[in-house]
Write a protein that binds this ligand. Sequence first.
Ligand code: FAD
Length: 579
Amino acid sequence: TVYTSHTQLTKRQYDIIIIGGGTAGSVLANRLTENSKVSVLVIEAGADTKDNLSVQVPFLGSTLPGTAVDWAFTSTAQSGLNGRTIPYARGLGLGGSSAINLLTYNRGSDDIWNSWASITGDSAWCWNNVKQYYLKSSSLVAPADGRDTTGQVDPSVHGSGPVEVSVPGFSLPIDTLVVQTSKQLGGRFKYNVDFNSGDFTGVGFMQSTVGGGERSDANTAYLQPVISRSNLDVLINTQVTKLVQSGTSKLGPIFNIVELGSTADKNNRSQVMALKETILSAGVIGTPQILQLSGIGPSASLKSLGITPLLDIADVGTGLVDHPMVANYFQVSSNGTWDDVLRDNSLLGSTLGQWQSSRQGLFVDSPANTQGYQRLPAGSSALAGIADPAAGSKSAHTELIFVDGFAPFGELTQPATGNYLTVLTAVVSPTSRGSVTLASTDPFAKPLINPAVLTTNFDILAMVQAMKDAQTFLAAAPWQQDFKPVAFGDLANAKTDADKATFARNNAVTVNHPAGTARMSSASSKSGVVDSQLRVKGAQFLRVVDASVFPTIPECHIQAAVYIVAERAADLIKTAYGL
Ligand SMILES: Cc1cc2nc3c(=O)[nH]c(=O)nc-3n(C[C@H](O)[C@H](O)[C@H](O)COP(=O)(O)OP(=O)(O)OC[C@H]3O[C@@H](n4cnc5c(N)ncnc54)[C@H](O)[C@@H]3O)c2cc1C
């Protein structure tokens, strides 16, 4: 049953309570209710997102931040960004961030998973073991245009799970140029037929969570198909305000009472109880916020806010890490870009009409069809004197995303005329670490989000290298016939490395890939928040399952890793309770 207010609940006890009906929460809701004897309640702060047209239409994903399906957070003033604050989008509603993201689907290099096994001292996180969960979470489907995709993707490395993944379904003029350039330049820009083979280096086609021209997210793929199961209740428009300790076992405090409220009626709280487990899947911001509101976190700082510390875990909310990103704009001579679609309402209307009537055309894809991942050149000054932050040789340091138009991801707005290319450059093995802390004890107040963007030498130097890579790539012969890209705006004057660094600090945002605020660590480690089975250290019957638990950030887009972690967590929970 779907409830829209906690006052409607007819039951107050469930075997398992999942906090957050987002990416991980939806996977758990599905898998844990496969056994009809287990009762599950999902509590989600937002509404159902499935009927939101901009959620459904892949191309319109970039218009979702700032709307009703976004928590619309803002970062603290960023010292690495010359004091700027940046918008910090997080999905609000069923499907969570998977319903508002830009759809890129990367499962992470073999290296990253093997490094997690080594960090946690638990070989079950190695790629050879988690591969089963990748195969179980997604499957490759035909692109919307049904064309022959031979050489653009390797079907043999894909699985048979509910999330639909495809290569772009509407070819753009620059796709061929990107591939030609990659094949001509080789080396760091070598053509990679399928990143999801486990080698995240080179240049290749974007794979996205799109099936039949529509977004495929955790809500549509995992939750909606099972939402009428009699052992599943989903409570929407309801925020978890804290966990309440019900007692103490010899293994530690038990936090199995969940306090609920809603923004519509903030003082009207009620409680539900988990008979087996409470699972926090409230995401990288929500999870450490709820833990701290519940007295679980760094005792001294909780005390200074007036919260009674119940379980001292220094690392709750520390370690926030995200991929910094800069939009590099180039003016082009070709009119083969989609710029006019964003400027001309009738063209926008007809393109949307084409999507509505036939699920064809520009809107079946995210704004980018191709991407690249590079390791820094040998001898790069960014790596001087530090351990290589990437997990291994199949993991990159930087990323390029090629957009056939003016992508609205920076400080600049789209000019009224002209044709543009955007190359989004990102640092995918950043070393900067920030935090999520409470601004107040009010659970409805936004927490302080400090992603510490570009605060290390490595991150800024790697970003400058990525910006230079973008220019090297676009200087290659295939671009000189028709497109003739010329750096646009302040980028045109950013000639030296120092100028480029200043440009990055004045313009960077993030790729919206935060992770690591309730990190996994080995059972014996004093750092971290959860053990390798995702149980909150020192607590009983309390797990975290979302991107907070990532011990390091994958050197690629991270949603696939969330699906994999959630699938594995579902198995861990089933095994723990013999379900
Ligand atoms: C704009 C944007 C673009 C992105 N682009 C990409 C991309 O192209 N490719 C990619 O791989 N990744 C992308 N990501 C990242 C990816 O989507 C996320 O890493 C992933 O979905 C996170 O999953 P999660 O389960 O950790 O959290 P979420 O999916 O965010 O789920 C958390 C859920 O908990 C709910 N919640 C929070 N607090 C409470 C509370 N107190 N009470 C009740 N419910 C609560 C939230 O409303 C939300 O539904 C993007 C993210 C964003 C925001």
